[in-house]
Design a protein around this ligand. Structure first.
Ligand code: PAF
Length: 283
């Protein structure tokens, strides 16, 4: 596996692969890789001739300095995992290599997708994500890029960006990978205290129970029910739970049989902020 730290070296590698008419698959990550990331790599390796993974903890998408500083970094293990997953190249740029002196985001208009949920609670987050993903797409020029559905809003926003910028890239959303107890895999899970780690599967359990209530309760009642579950929980603090139209991400007031819905949640487990989502059946 090739390891690149320079944009120009990676670009030359990509050009040579493009000349050979190779199809490029790309998995952007912030490292601290787990089986969720590796499922994206596996898919890319299966469907493309060349798989490139980037590892870059992007400062502009963090609204919380401490979260940025404490973001887990496990580069050596990541490289081993990627090698065992038959990844062809990994791009590990420095902040300077990507941003130069101006570590700032470009401003994006994602047609309102950015104003909901993570956009509301994490100031500037999606401008940061848009900035880095656009930059990485320009360097890697992938045919297909893979993103996990745990960050469902991010996935929809990147699809929107690619559409608006007319980038010739297919953006694929991949299923959420879960631990055996249902906790959505996340690099941040390693930072949970043992007690919070034990408590965290409650998030997915509650989402599943809430989904079952669509036949008997309306949207408002389901939201109230979820909020009450968390009020009673001693270790988990709910930041938001919403049910939204899967396409527009607009909050649903009621279920409409012609639309698809998804429930989205953000929860603090001590200092660690966890997000998850599940598809909701409408009624
Ligand atoms: O999902 C992530 O890990 C990051 O937001 C991404 C897409 C790699 C951009 O920094």
């Amino acid at each position: 596996m090739k390891i690149f730290t320079s944009k120009s070296d990676l670009k030359s590698y990509i050009s040579s692969k493009k000349e050979e008419k190779k199809k490029i698959g790309f998995v952007p990550t912030m490292g601290a890789l787990h089986q969720g990331h590796m499922s994206l790599v596996k898919k890319s390796v299966k469907k493309n001739d060349v798989t490139v993974v980037s590892i870059f903890v992007n400062p502009t998408q963090f609204d919380n300095k401490e979260d940025l500083v404490k973001y887990p970094k496990t580069f050596e293990e990541d490289v081993k995992l990627l090698e065992s997953g038959s990844c062809d190249a990994v791009f590990v740029p420095s902040v300077d290599e990507i941003y130069g002196e101006n570590v700032i985001s470009e401003r994006f208009d994602f047609d309102g997708l950015e104003h909901q949920m993570e956009g509301k609670f994490r100031d500037g987050h999606f401008d940061g994500v848009g900035t880095i993903v656009k930059a990485l797409f320009k360097i890697v020029q992938p045919d297909v890029a893979y993103f996990g559905k745990k960050d469902f809003q991010q996935l929809q926003i990147i699809k929107k960006m690619v559409e608006k910028l007319k980038m010739p890239i297919k953006v694929k959303g991949m299923p959420i990978f879960r631990e055996e107890d249902g906790l959505a895999m996340s690099s941040r899970n390693t930072r949970l205290t043992p007690a919070h780690r034990e408590a965290a599967p409650f998030i997915h359990k509650t989402l599943k129970k809430a989904r079952k209530k669509t036949g008997t309760k309306n949207v408002k009642e389901i939201i109230e029910w979820v909020e009450n579950q968390f009020k009673k929980h001693p270790l988990l603090e709910l930041e938001y739970f919403i049910i939204a139209d899967e396409k527009t991400l607009q909050t649903a007031e009621s279920f409409n049989a012609t639309k698809r819905y998804r429930a989205f949640i953000a929860v603090f487990a001590g200092e660690i902020r966890l997000i998850d989502n599940v598809r909701f059946k409408n009624n």
